[in-house]
Design a protein around this ligand. Structure first.
Ligand SMILES: Nc1ncnc2c1ncn2[C@@H]1O[C@H](COP(=O)(O)OP(=O)(O)OP(=O)(O)O)[C@@H](O)[C@H]1O
Length: 255
């Protein structure tokens, strides 16, 4: 079973060391993300959610334990990972088309075929008309959609999302949640999201991991019922199961 995981974190602990200080950020964190699965990490500030993502992205390494990506130990950043953050990090002097080409250029993967796919994704996200515009001409929600296309343009095998919707207003947030879940389903791509927003976690995930404590660990796993999973993030919020599950999740979070 474990052989099929897209991401596997095994008994990972992390201590940050500096000259003056030592911070125990995580202890014995274990979980898996299976192919096509959308898993979300929630928990209070400082419980180590971003540390988990950074370890999977190969930006930092566990002090103990192991992280595997498609069976292979993570030894550094991998092309198989797409990483999307709260800040869109678009370059203001590049057009939308040049921005979505950036990852491909950095990875030496830019080709007519890859750019065709990137433009297809841009169309899918309703931004085909912005190709020759500059980021300063776009709204916050549009900019974040461009950032999503840039992340997906390199055709990663797994998507890491660190609060990518949290700077957006409610309407844009919902819109982007709908688009991201649709694109992920279409492409069969697994994803791991970090969010503070419990409603968002319930609306988009197949499984939620509740983290807590200092050092952080996984306190509980919540499997989302099939009916809710099948609904899109808008309909999920109106589903009769949504409120009771929200209350349950709320009760699990360290206050
Ligand atoms: N580079 C670092 N050096 C030292 N300590 C760090 C470093 N990065 C994170 N920490 C500490 O590790 C702990 C976990 O941080 P992390 O950012 O992973 O938590 P988080 O759950 O993502 O928090 P938030 O929700 O506020 O983003 C915190 O105590 C934080 O101060």
């Amino acid at each position: 079973m474990s052989g099929h995981a897209a991401i596997e974190v095994r008994q990972a602990s992390k201590t940050y060391l500096s000259k003056q200080d030592q911070v125990d950020a995580l202890t014995a964190v274990s979980f898996r993300v299976m192919p096509r699965e959308f898993v979300t990490l929630v928990g209070t500030s400082g419980c180590g959610k971003s540390t988990v993502l950074s370890m999977i992205a190969g930006l930092i390494f566990p002090t103990e334990g192991e992280v595997r990506l498609f069976h292979e130990p993570v030894r550094g950043p991998s092309r198989r990972i797409g990483y999307m953050l709260q800040q869109d990090c678009l370059l203001d002097w590049r057009t939308v088309e040049q921005n979505i080409a950036l990852g491909l250029e950095i990875q030496g993967q830019k080709s007519d075929e890859m750019m065709k796919h990137a433009r297809y994704l841009l169309n899918e996200l309703g931004l085909g008309h912005t190709l020759y515009q500059y980021p300063s001409q776009l709204s916050g929600g549009m900019r974040q959609r461009v950032a999503l296309v840039r992340t997906l343009a390199v055709q990663p095998d797994v998507l890491l999302l660190d609060e990518p919707f949290s700077a957006l207003d409610y309407q844009n947030k919902l819109h982007l949640e709908m688009l991201v879940t649709r694109v992920l389903k279409q492409q069969g791509m697994p994803a791991l999201l970090v969010t503070h927003d419990l409603e968002e976690a319930l609306a988009v995930s197949d499984r939620i991991l509740v983290m807590g404590g200092q050092p952080g660990t996984i306190r509980r796993t919540m499997e989302i019922p099939n009916d809710l999973r099948k609904a899109n993030p808008l309909d999920a919020r109106a589903h009769p199961l949504f409120r009771p599950l929200f209350q349950e999740l709320w009760g699990e979070i360290d206050q």
